[in-house]
Unconditional design. Structure first.
Length: 419
């Protein structure tokens, strides 16, 4: 049996996500390592000319002796390892995942008609265009006089990120808003590597090869961008994970939650950076982090941001949703979903221990079910992932009915969600 297009698409999304996680681990790991190494360098009496400091480390059964030259060594070494593809691969795989999940599934994951009734091409243009515009604005700020005032620049960057989070939430679904804020930030980080850090290092290498003295300004500029990347890493990881937790993305205060996460990134990294620099363990930063986290939980408890039962009943269906609603077997599927799934996937879940619909997926009304057709097909038709452990007793006949219903409409297109 040849897998249908939805199965192929799901496995493609899984493969891209797997790649993205692997490359992100490599990038974050090397970034954290070099920040820690840089801060732990010590002076030594036998340092060669131009060397800033050294560090002895033990790992894998051996010892490493590492020295850093603040500008450049006197001559070009025969072998030089560049760290760049970890960053590039992370961004490229993330962009692919954004396209596979949010652009191909725009009707479900990206567009919120209650906020902005966009055509798919408009939503995709805003999605991709905002990432490029964000980098251009950030780069201009860094190259302005603010570049000489790192603290003021960081504060302005924080304000810009919070404003961007709010702006995304005015246009996209809550899930897409936080994901795009993470992509917006990650684009800045990778562009720092591609457009600033690597070119500056190439200039220094070219000077060494030509026998010229390297200009220290290039290292200073790269250091500023690297510091920004260091403090932005943890918030980006949170934002990328947030799509699994409706308490984060479905709250009407999700942009404020994101703002507090950026502050938590600063407090956590400040603790480790200070420790690696030999300035002691600043435990007060964890107290601040805990207070910020309590603030996040409080904001999430103020209410989730989704349409009411009545609004869902009255909402006009999109073209693709209408096709699913009109397909043969929809009434039977709706009854199955209402009896087996809606006790958890409801605006006010009735299943004990479930306080908010998992992943923000609502399955109470016909519009809800038509909107989530592909997810129902994959989670409860092709697989038995839902209901969990089949606690509500969905039968095999019900699963077969879901498959038969979906394939009348969704088995034709790749994503199964395009009008």
């Amino acid at each position: 049996m040849i897998p249908d297009s939805v199965i192929i698409w799901e496995w493609l999304a899984f493969a891209v996500r797997w790649t993205h996680v692997i490359t992100a681990i490599a990038w974050i790991g090397s970034s954290f390592y070099f920040i820690a190494l840089d801060l732990s360098l010590r002076k030594a009496p036998d340092l060669p000319p131009g060397a800033y400091g050294e560090e002895w480390q033990v790992h894998g059964g051996g010892f490493y002796h590492i020295r850093k030259f603040l500008v450049a060594p006197e001559r070009m070494p025969e072998h030089l390892t560049w760290f760049k593809w970890e960053s590039y691969s992370t961004w490229l795989s993330g962009a692919a995942l954004l396209a596979v999940t949010y652009w191909a599934g725009a009707n479900l994951f990206l567009i919120d008609p209650q906020k902005a009734d966009l055509a798919i091409w408009q939503a995709v243009a805003i999605s991709g265009g905002s990432l490029a515009v964000g980098w251009l604005i950030y780069d201009r700020l860094c190259k302005s006089r603010l570049g000489e005032h790192p603290t003021a620049l960081m504060l302005l960057l924080f304000v810009a990120l919070v404003a961007m989070g709010w702006a995304y939430d005015q246009i996209f679904t809550g899930r897409a808003a936080l994901l795009h804020l993470g992509a917006f930030t990650a684009t800045i980080m990778t562009a720092n590597v591609f457009f600033i850090i690597m070119p500056n290092q190439r200039i220094v290498v070219a000077d060494l090869k030509a026998g010229r003295a390297a200009d220290p300004k290039y290292g200073k500029i790269a250091k500023l961008r690297s510091t920004h990347n260091n403090y932005l890493t943890l918030p980006v990881v949170f934002l990328m994970l947030s799509n699994h937790y409706p308490l984060a993305f479905a709250s009407e205060y999700n942009w404020l939650i994101a703002a507090l996460i950026f502050l938590m990134g600063v407090t956590i990294r400040h603790f480790f950076n200070s420790m690696h620099a030999g300035k002691g363990q600043l435990w007060w930063t964890w107290a601040v982090t805990a207070m910020l986290f309590v603030g996040i939980m409080w904001l999430s408890a103020l209410g989730l941001n989704h349409d009411s039962y009545e609004e869902s009943q009255a909402r006009a269906l999109t073209q693709v949703e209408q096709r699913f609603a009109d397909a043969e077997g929809f009434d039977a599927v709706s009854r199955s979903v209402a009896g087996r799934c809606a006790m958890c996937h409801a605006r006010e879940p009735s299943w004990e221990g479930i306080h908010h619909a998992p992943k923000g997926v609502l399955l109470e009304t016909p519009a809800d079910i038509a909107r989530s057709a592909k997810e129902i097909y994959v989670q409860a038709g092709l697989t038995n992932a839902m209901p969990p452990a089949n606690l509500s007793g969905m039968t095999q006949d019900e699963r077969v009915a879901i498959i038969r219903w979906f394939r009348q409409v969704g088995g034709v297109g790749v994503a199964g969600l395009r009008p």
